[in-house]
Ligand binder design. Structure first.
Ligand code: FAD
Length: 235
């Protein structure tokens, strides 16, 4: 069996609805105001809403992402309950593909001196340790996938056999959120020294979150700028 080992985590935008102008239109309805005119500058009201944490006008948009990520990234992602919808590939209804995550050679993997669980810091391994880590993981993944196929070949259900695949196997899924819930996710799943409350997420979910961030910044540029200006705190 041919197994794919990869470090890539991909986020593609399937669809989006709404923009900065929708935020302003939703906010203005409370005072009976009109939606913004086509060329109107909406930054003043958006910055005001962000500053005073009037968050609900940021809920009238939607982004749907297709994500390809190892199970351990999904395990963290699906903890975000509010304003998120998920559908994932099933390990019960289909055979899982032999695609497994390995750290990039340059990924820092050794806890640095003084690293704390709440503020982890890592340094690169020496070349021999980095190679050994990747090779050992690939060996274990190969064993586990062959075990999976062997158990399936005896007629055992996929839902039982899948347990040997562990946390490094990839799943595809759809994740849909609104701009407010995405900003909350970004505040927790990215590390940014300019943040009012810096978070220390695992690097791999941050890789996914940064892809979401780029997509969001392009479609809601005024909202995104105000979010950054307010220290990356979701309204
Ligand atoms: C760096 C980091 C380390 C983590 N480590 C751990 C860990 O060791 N163990 C672990 O279990 N999890 C861990 N988590 C996950 C974390 O506990 C949250 O589950 C995750 O970040 C989602 O955050 P949230 O609950 O704010 O988001 P959401 O579920 O999207 O909720 C959004 C907001 O809605 C409100 N809300 C949602 N549900 C409730 C509720 N029931 N009651 C009141 N208000 C509610 C809160 O204001 C919340 O902030 C970690 C997360 C990060 C970023």
């Amino acid at each position: 069996v041919s197994i794919t080992f990869t470090s890539d985590i991909t986020v593609e935008l399937v669809d989006s609805m709404g923009d900065d102008r929708r935020v302003v239109a939703a906010a203005r309805v409370s005072t009976g105001g009109s939606p913004p005119a086509p060329e109107e500058d909406v930054s003043g009201l958006i910055r005001y809403l962000m500053k005073y944490r009037h968050g609900t006008p940021f809920e009238h948009g939607s982004l749907t992402f297709r994500v390809h990520a190892p199970a351990f990234v999904w395990w963290e992602w699906v903890r975000h309950r509010v304003g998120w919808s998920y559908n994932l590939e099933s390990g019960r209804y289909k055979e899982l593909a032999p695609v497994f995550w390995v750290p990039r050679v340059e990924r820092p993997v050794i806890p640095a001196a003084g690293s704390k669980s709440a503020r982890p810091a890592f340094v690169a391994a020496d070349a021999a340790t980095a190679d050994l880590t990747r090779e050992t993981m690939m060996f274990a993944y190969g064993m586990s996938y062959r075990t999976y196929l062997a158990v399936l070949s005896r007629g055992v259900a996929r839902e039982v056999a899948r347990s040997v695949l562990g946390f490094g196997v990839y799943y595809s899924g759809y994740a849909t959120c609104n701009p407010r819930s995405l900003m909350h996710f970004l505040s927790l799943r990215t590390h940014d020294e300019r943040a009012a409350v810096p978070s220390y997420p695992q690097q791999e979910i941050e890789e996914a979150a940064r892809q979401c961030e780029t997509i969001f910044a392009a479609r809601w540029p005024v909202t995104y700028a105000a979010f950054v200006e307010r220290g990356r705190v979701a309204p």
